[in-house]
Structures are given as structure tokens and as C-alpha cells.
Design a protein around this ligand. Structure first.
Ligand code: DP6
Length: 329
């Protein structure tokens, strides 16, 4: 059978997904918005082979535990069902950034796996169908399929819950700085587990979900008006909304380190000088800073002075998940 390789970019959520209305189908509690990250991506090659008696999954430069391998196999099963095939697959994958440390490796990982597996099974799926399929592997992966700035709709059925690109003010010319915190390994509470705990044990959960919908509304308005300050206010409110849910969950989930807060404070100081760059944080200590191209150097210089910052990766907005010719085996 055919061998296929896909490249998919990670994404950073501006309006956060944190909880499912349907665990099995991965239908989210609220719609979310994200920016694809050009310089953070996963490349995955898939080949179905009748001779294999089980799926063989390798992550270059990293170990895959049994649970992760099972998740990959379950995702391949979804593709096998659609394609009507039984063959097991060889899968080789590589990330160009650290896995499971609050950088969305599952987003780019499942988007790349979906596109590569669909290609290897010779399925001709639309971007919407690929997004629906990727969502079932990991919710945030639905947004890595269209890439760019995208919204993932909540939906009441599987067919209605997919992501697509939305308009973003072109004149803003944005960059994202991935500010990586020093000395952090894989996160202790993964997103899947964390959001299930929050839904069950955070006393403010339902109010917080309503707030996400209202924030999405505000974000759309800010983008339509081209109001950069209002846009930044919403994404920082969203960052605090997610982490307030996490911190008030039992057991408490604290993803931040000291340096996470130091980055916020550095950005507040720059704001007093008229430089408006905005922060957001997913399930880990690293900060994503959304900044206009013209301010990149000044913001980078200020952040590089913080001793807890390990590296700063500057990236543009990533494109859609796509098939490429360079196979990994
Ligand atoms: C904090 O997509 O990793 O990054 O669907 O259970 O695999 P599962 O969760 P996942 O959660 C991402 C959570 C987040 C916020 C976001 O990306 O919207």
C-alpha cells in the first residue's frame, strides 16, 4: 500500500478548550480559537502493511509509552473503519519541539497522523472531514488541520464539531514568541485528565464556560474592528480564565512556574512604555507572546533578561496540515 507523510503545525489557543460535553466523541464544552505556529510542527509517516501483526509506532528522539501507542492505534482504527481496511501500520513521527510540556504536541501530532494515515489509506477527505477526524484523537488537533487563525465549533454532533480558518486583520502582521521556561519536563497533569478533573471538581466551572463564550464574542468583535488592545485584553483574560479553573480544581492544578509570572510582569512593564504584546499560556509553564512584527526585537530583548527563560522561539503563523514528499522511512 501507499506510504504517506504529513506535516502539521502546533497551535496556541486564544480562546481555550478545557472540558468535553462528550468524552467519547471529544465534543468540547465551548468553541475555541487558536493560532497555528509555523516553527513548531510534527512530521509523521504512515504505511499500512498486511504483513504486520500490530501497529508499530516510533517517535524519533523520544519514547512513546503504552498509553500513547494505544491512542495512536485507536486513531488508526478510525481511519481503518472509514477506509474499510484491516492492515496494521508502521508509524514514524518526529516533533521539532519538546513533547508534553505545555506545547501542544498532541495537536500537531494527531493532525499529522490524521492527514498521513488518510493519505496512506488513499482516502480523499475534505479539510472539514480531516478536522473532524483529528478532533477525535485530540481536541486541539482539529484546529491544526486548517491552521492559520481558526475556530473550532462546539457542535451537537460529531459532524458539526470541526475547525476552520477565520479572518484575521492582515495589517497586524503578528509573530508569536514561544518563551520556554527553564528546567521543565513533561507536565504532571495532562490536558485530558486535567480538564476532566476540572469539569467534575471545579466549583466555578459552569460560570467559567459561559465566560468563554462571551470572550469569543469579544475576540471576534476586536478582530472585526482591528482593535489590538481589545484583542489583547481578551486573550489575557482567557489565559487567566483557564488557569483560574485549573487552580481551583481539586486536586489543584498549577501549571505555572515563577518565570511564567515574571514574563507577564515584563510585558506589563513594556505596556507602560507603549509596547503592546500579549501573553497566553496553555497547560504548562511556557508563555506564548503575541506581538506585532515591529515590536519583536524589543520584547525579545526584555524577556531574554529573565534568568528562568531557557529559549525564545520566534514564529509566524503556521499553515494547514498537508502531505509532503519527504518520508521518514
Ligand atoms: C490547554 O487537545 O490536548 O491546550 O482533547 O483531551 O486531547 P484532549 O485535550 P487537548 O487539550 C488542549 C488544552 C489546552 C487549551 C486549548 O488548546 O484550547
Amino acid at each position: 500500500m501507499k506510504k504517506a507523510t504529513a506535516k502539521a503545525h502546533s497551535n496556541i489557543a486564544l480562546i481555550k478548550y478545557w472540558g468535553k460535553q462528550d468524552e467519547g466523541l471529544r465534543l468540547p464544552m465551548n468553541a475555541s480559537v487558536a493560532i497555528g505556529l509555523e516553527e513548531a510542527y510534527t512530521t509523521t509517516t504512515v504505511e499500512f502493511d498486511e504483513k504486520l501483526d500490530k501497529d508499530e509506532v516510533t517517535m524519533i528522539g523520544d519514547e512513546f509509552n503504552e498509553m500513547e501507542t494505544t491512542k495512536v492505534s485507536e486513531h488508526l482504527d478510525r481511519v481503518r473503519v472509514i477506509a474499510g481496511i484491516n492492515a496494521k501500520a508502521k508509524v514514524v513521527s518526529t516533533n521539532n519541539f519538546p513533547k508534553a510540556a505545555g506545547m501542544a504536541s498532541s495537536a500537531s501530532g494527531f493532525a499529522a497522523l490524521t492527514v498521513a494515515a488518510a493519505g496512506a489509506a488513499e482516502l480523499n477527505l475534505s479539510e472539514k472531514d480531516l478536522s473532524i477526524l483529528a478532533r477525535q484523537g485530540s481536541g486541539s488537533a482539529s484546529r491544526s488541520v486548517p491552521g492559520g487563525v481558526s475556530v473550532w465549533y462546539t457542535g451537537e454532533t460529531s459532524e458539526e464539531s470541526y475547525a476552520e480558518k477565520i479572518d484575521f486583520p492582515k495589517s497586524w502582521k503578528i509573530k508569536v514568541l514561544l518563551v520556554m521556561a527553564e528546567g521543565t519536563g513533561a507536565k504532571k497533569v495532562g490536558s485530558t485528565e486535567g480538564m476532566a478533573l476540572s469539569k467534575k471538581n471545579c466549583p466555578y466551572y459552569s460560570t467559567a464556560v459561559e465566560e468563554a463564550n462571551s470572550n469569543l464574542n469579544k475576540l471576534e468583535k476586536a478582530m472585526a474592528k482591528g482593535d489590538w488592545s481589545a484583542f489583547g485584553k481578551v486573550i489575557e483574560d482567557e489565559c487567566f480564565r483557564l488557569h483560574a479553573i485549573c487552580m481551583t480544581t481539586t486536586p489543584n492544578i498549577l501549571y505555572w512556574r515563577g518565570v511564567t509570572v515574571e514574563v507577564f510582569q515584563t510585558l506589563y512593564k513594556l505596556r507602560e512604555k507603549g509596547i503592546e504584546a500579549f501573553f497566553t499560556v496553555d497547560a504548562g509553564p511556557h508563555v506564548h507572546v503575541i506581538v506585532k512584527e515591529e515590536n519583536v526585537e524589543e520584547v525579545k530583548m526584555a524577556l531574554a533578561e529573565l534568568s528562568g527563560v531557557k529559549t525564545i522561539i520566534e514564529t509566524g503563523v503556521g499553515g494547514a496540515a498537508r502531505l509532503i514528499e519527504q518520508h521518514l522511512f
